[in-house]
Design a protein around this ligand. Sequence first.
Ligand SMILES: [Zn+2]
Length: 220
Amino acid sequence: MCQATRDILWAPAASWVRKQNQCAGLVLRVGSGQATYHRYDPRKKQHLITYGARMIAAKHQPETAQGWLSTREIRSRGYFEGEVSVLNLLAHTCCHEFAHLLQHSAGQRHYGSVHNRHFYEALDELHHSGAANATRLYLAEQASGCGIELSAGPFEFPSPAAEHRHWQVGDSVVFDDGRREIQGQVVRVNRKTCTVTVSQHARILRYRVPLSLLRRAAAA
Ligand SMILES: [Zn+2]
């Protein structure tokens, strides 16, 4: 995924990015946890994209893939014909993080509004221009060259009733409110949502989170 980001997405965009920011560099790395993000270090003039190993593992099964924003984006925005598979998820994840880099370079990443209109314009463009497909092809080829199977078979997601049984009071969960990832605990399982409490600055906040947005918090 790091190589795909560098060779397929960064290579054609680097000169544009450097027009905005002359000596901007890009560092790609794999993290050990779930955390997957783009960050910019103004001191080093360096973009950093981290792909979490546990994120990659989670995107290998429908049950653990469904809480991720990338799953929802593929389904709701019709990327890759709306088909969610391991290969599509990982290719899309490269595009998602790279869209943050483009968004940042255009000066359109603002605190509290990360997944904004500008972000989705950049992400749509990566899909419409063929860059997402090129990334997908590259990942498939590189993986098969290394003997790693990245399935292109579409996921079947559990029915809402089965989803409902998946959660229990006391479960530690994470969800994304569109701005950041929030960790909390299930205090009630409703028909289509879970009530989740989140402690923040010595206050307890309650959220009603749609089942499809929840995922299990990684054990510490
Ligand atoms: Zn994002």
